[in-house]
Structure formats: C-alpha cells, structure tokens
Design a protein around this ligand. Structure first.
Ligand code: FAD
Length: 308
C-alpha cells in the first residue's frame, strides 16, 4: 500500500510541488544525490573512485514533454563526459541515461528524438573513452528502449541496457541479450507495475531475479548485478564461480548512499563495484522511488520534516 502510494506520488506534479517547497528535504535528498551541480557529481565521483569503486553517473531528469529540455539534458551529458575526460575519471566512470529525459515521451517523434539525443551522448562517451548504460523505466517503455538500444549498438557495441527481474518477460529478454559483448544490468525493478506484466511479491521477484542471474551468468555477456540484497549478491557470486567466470567478467552495482560498507567490502575483495551516482536538480522522481523501496527511509524523511 505504502509503496504504491509513494510510487504514485513520484509521478504527481502536485505532490512534487509540495515536497520541493521544503528546503530541509535537501538534507535527506543528499543521502541519495551527490548535489545539484556537475562539479558536485564529479567531486563525489573522485571520492568514490579513490576508495576503489567505479561509478555510473546519472544527470537527473525524466518524463520530459519538452523538446528543448530533452536537448538540454543531452548537452548536460556531453558536458559531464567532457569533464570526466578532462579529470582523468573516464576510465572509472560511465554514465546512465533515462530515454524519457532525452525525448522518448515527446508527443511528436519522441522515439526518433530520444534516439538522436542518446546517439549524441554515446558519441561523447566514445570520445571520452567510456560507456553508457540506458536505464529502464516503466513497462510501457521496455520495447521502445530495447529497440533504441539495438539501433545504437550498431555504432556503439558497448552500450549497456537494464532489465527488471519483476517483469514476466525478463527471463526471455535475458536469453536474447546474453551474447558476447552484451552489457546487461539486472535489477529488481522500481516502478509500480500491473500484475499482468510483473510479479508482485518479494519472494516471486527474488526468484525471478535468480532465474535472470542464472541465464546471464551462464551466457557470454557482461552481467551487471544491481542489487543491495545480501541473498542476491551471494547467489551472484556463487553463479559466477559455477560458470567459471573471472572477476573481471561481471560487476556488482549499488545506489549511492545505500549499503556503502558492503560496497567497500565487495571492492576490497577484488570485485568491480560500481556506484550509481545521481546529481542535478530533478531529484524528485528518483528520491520518491528510493523512499518507496524502504519504509525506514520514509520515517527518516518525515522526522527531518517535523524538526525543520
Ligand atoms: P530489495 O529487496 O528492495 O532490498 C534489499 C535490501 O537492500 C533492503 O533490505 C535494504 O537493506 C537495502 N535497500 C534497498 N533499497 C533501499 C533503499 N532505497 N534505501 C535503503 N536501503 C535499501 N530500477 C529500475 O526500475 N530501472 C533501472 O534502470 C534501475 N537502475 C538501477 C541501478 C542500480 C545500480 C541499482 C542498484 C538499482 C537500480 N534500480 C533500477 C532499482 C532497483 O530496481 C530496485 O528498486 C532497488 O535496487 C532495490 O532492490 P534491491 O535489489 O536492492 O532489493
């Protein structure tokens, strides 16, 4: 119930205006977001990299209905990638992009505009010597996102995509994408989805995550294990061993601000541990999904609001 309400609120302009009016939320937001500005994203990247972790940066934004804003987001990514190149961080930091932030939902030619904007970002990443992963949003975008990824991979074969274990289709998508050179981030899924397309209960989703991991670890691609769940992390390690995978042939990923000690433990054990690091002013949707994932975060948030 609470999860559903928070996920509904994450897409409500009215609730968004209300939440954004309270500056103290910034203290809470900072737990999950590096800051408003590019230099704060770069500086947080430097800190993470110096502790042995890799990074994937997200210039926050999603669901834009404005072509100029979509182009501005692509430009912001180009600036970010130039900064990563100039600071020497590009070897350890890539970027994550939401296609809805670069035009996928525009009423006219949305997919075409998103493809062209994403192409600009991929070209900037290639120039900087790093990679891009396309985030996955709600299930209505899955076919479109995988289609755009397919087109981009013709020129940028290193482009990564995300699959969400809670979707019933995902095991089959994993089979399609478990080929050589394919970078797939497997996560549980963060949106409110109907039962017709998605498993609903934690146990069902966890079992689906394990099935997806089995396919990806047995395949020829590069699995990116995005989870904070100790069971999923343990099973991923075991599957890597059973499939005789070298530690360089897959990686773990977690969100900035969540289980940092576990991030360090995995990195210190010799694994590639990548932190998803968001920055920018459009933190609302991202932040609300983090609240929905864990009720304890909501208590923390409400307590801070009450003491402002
Ligand atoms: P859960 O069962 O939700 O959590 C396991 C444990 O992790 C919890 O008990 C708690 O200790 C800790 N934990 C989990 N979430 C939180 C939190 N918010 N705050 C504090 N502790 C927490 N989803 C998408 O739909 N599309 C994407 O493109 C996408 N990209 C992602 C990229 C990365 C690198 C990661 C790590 C996640 C991404 N997600 C994405 C989110 C993902 O789908 C899940 O919603 C999220 O990771 C929580 O699932 P979990 O696997 O950690 O397991």
């Amino acid at each position: 119930m609470l999860r559903s309400a928070l996920l509904a609120a994450s897409r409500s302009p009215q609730v968004r205006t209300m939440v954004e009016k309270f500056p103290p939320t910034h203290a809470i937001v900072e737990r999950f977001v590096a800051g408003d500005r590019l230099d704060q994203g770069v500086s947080a990247t430097e800190t993470l990299v110096s502790s042995g972790r890799k990074v994937t940066l997200d210039h926050l934004g999603e669901d834009t209905k404005d072509a100029e804003q979509a182009a501005a987001t692509a430009l912001a990514y180009e600036h970010l990638l130039t900064a990563l190149k100039e600071t020497g961080l590009a070897a350890d930091a890539e970027v994550s992009v939401k296609l809805s932030a670069v035009g996928q939902f525009l009423p006219v030619d949305g997919e075409k505009i998103a493809l062209e904007n994403a192409r600009r970002i991929c070209q900037a990443a290639a120039d900087a010597g790093t990679t891009v992963t396309l985030d996955m949003e709600d299930h209505t975008t899955t076919d479109s996102t995988l289609g755009i990824a397919r087109e981009l991979r013709a020129d940028f074969p290193w482009l990564g995509v995300v699959l969400q274990a809670y979707l019933r289709r995902t095991e089959a998508d994993c089979r399609d994408l478990a080929h050589e050179g394919s970078r797939v981030r497997i996560c549980k899924g963060a949106y409110k989805e109907p039962e017709s397309v998605a498993f609903q209960g934690k146990r069902e989703v966890d079992l689906a995550y394990v099935r997806a991991l089995k396919v990806l670890m047995a395949g020829q691609g590069y699995p990116m294990v995005a989870s904070h769940d100790p069971n999923m992390i343990k099973i991923a390690g075991q599957l890597a061993e059973w499939n005789r995978r070298d530690v360089t042939s897959f990686e773990y990923q977690m969100l900035f601000g969540i289980r940092p000690e576990e991030q360090l433990r995995l990195a210190e054990a010799g694994n590639t541990m990548r932190v998803y690091l968001p920055y920018g002013q459009e933190w609302y949707g991202y932040f609300m999904r983090r609240l929905a994932e864990r009720p304890a975060n909501l208590t923390f948030f409400l307590r801070a609001m009450a003491t402002r």
